[in-house]
Design a protein around this ligand. Sequence first.
Ligand SMILES: Cc1ncc(COP(=O)(O)O)c(C=O)c1O
Length: 392
Amino acid sequence: MTIRTADRLLRVEEYYFSKKLAEVAQLKENGADIINLGIGSPDMPPHPDVKKELVYACDQTGSNHYQSYRGLESFRQAIAHWYKSIYDVELDASKEILPLMGSKEGIMHVSMAFCNPGETVLVPNPCYPAYLSAAKLLNINLKFYNLKEENNWLPNMEEIESLCDDSCRMIWTNYPHMPTGANGNMEVFKQLVDLAKKKNILVVNDNPYSLILNDKPESLLKVEGVSEFVLEMNSLSKSHNMAGFRVGMLCGSEKNINHVLKIKSNFDSGMYKPIQLAASKALALDTSWYKELNINYQKRRNLVWSLADKLNCKYKKNSVGMFVWAKIPDEYNSGEDFSDHLLYNKSVFATPGIVFGQEGKKYIRFSLCATEETIIKAIERCEKNVETLVNI
Ligand SMILES: Cc1ncc(COP(=O)(O)O)c(C=O)c1O
């Protein structure tokens, strides 16, 4: 006898990285010295003041209590100041901000708040897989709008409009885009919002990469006079090396924030106070923090470009964010074959583009979350003609 499971389990698969990283761990256990350039988990530490604040706050009376569903007022103020200083967007800290435990969490809550089962959400192809999982778990229909290299991975607005039928409730957008590293611009945001207005749907930008290797961070919320039609999620995971802290934010109109709060407050009971205080410190850091961070990412990216050259992969130098998205050599059928070739013959793991959708089939994604020494080691392995470092 086995316990019967819910039908929704049939609609999703275990997350790719959860499966593949288990395989990588097994190879390591078998003695292979695997270099992991697969995952975007920042390896550099948060600012020392952030860690200090966390430790100090843990010791304060009351830090263990349940917290407000809306987050600390002081944290929301810190988010409002940060949005003003980074994006030049004014937010009312008491009404237009909802702290999140990372943007991944927000994807599910936003989907639940705005889409019924059987209605439709538009997602980019390729994209962060969590948009798809949320829709599948909630029985929401998915339609893909294709991003193509020849269009600099920007949306084709005519295609999007043709997909917006009466069942369409929401469009996901993600600029700077993961995995391609394409940067958005205000013109694209404005076009998306004009369409959202025309069709009476919501457009949600997922914006965790705007401070990585990007001179001009932009926000969808900067498009004027459209607050009913837009939401934006942001995160400290990448910009402040705080991925494991689980801290981010949702910003938008009071009405839309309240819709999401209605869902979220039924799932959790506020975020641990020391994390909110530490995150407030992080958001108050001056611009030298981002400069230092990006000096490191820049050096790493130069090395990953050399690695991609060695592997005969083609990439764009004007991309932003913490990945290098590269087209695989013609002799390989798919990014998966190429990724397996690297893993099994060179003990280097990089993510096949198909994980992010069909448009990523011929691509591979290298993460910049590895030290320069590690990337140099990967280059050396790929220079040698000797295959095989893995004992499978
Ligand atoms: C596009 C995109 N959105 C959201 C996330 C998740 O961010 P968080 O750590 O804030 O949940 C990621 C993480 O890899 C991502 O690539």
